[in-house]
Write a protein that binds this ligand. Structure first.
Ligand SMILES: [Zn+2]
Length: 142
């Protein structure tokens, strides 16, 4: 039987093309209480690119990202989360909405896979939905 190659395929750094190394987030995360493991670019810290793995696996959560893209993804996630945390839509509906923004199948609608362009789209579109809701509320109380 062939072994599944995807299981131990470390991603390549999309920035410099180097191999990545699976290692603890110690020394990269300010606090690593959860013992998170990362695929880190072998040129780290010269190349500041990494992705964490699903706990207990070697499966990366999305694609490797540098500092700039990590910040953008965090911002996109924060804005997106507000849609369902503020009750504007269910979490399920929010992911359907995300899929439509990305023009991607639902199974691929994850912020961890997004590049700069789509992060900005998600931030912008989330804000639109949130503003619309704000105006509606204002209209009701006026
Ligand atoms: Zn790199």
């Amino acid at each position: 039987m062939k072994k599944k190659r995807a299981q131990n395929a470390a991603p390549r750094c999309p920035y410099c093309g180097s191999h990545s190394v699976l290692r603890s987030a110690d020394g990269i995360y300010r606090c690593n209480d959860k013992n998170t493991m990362l695929y880190v670019c072998s040129r780290y810290p010269a190349c500041d690119s990494y992705v964490r793995v699903h706990p207990g696996t070697k499966i990366p959560v999305g694609t490797m990202a540098n500092r700039e893209l990590r910040a953008l993804r965090n911002e996109a996630h924060r804005n997106f989360d507000r849609l369902h945390k503020q009750g504007l839509m269910s979490k399920e509906d929010a992911y359907c909405w995300l899929a439509s923004i990305l023009a991607a199948p639902l199974g691929q609608a994850h912020i961890g896979y997004l590049g700069e362009y789509y992060c900005k789209q998600v931030i912008e579109e989330s804000k639109k939905v949130l503003d619309l809701q704000k105006n509606k509320r204002r209209g009701m109380t006026a």
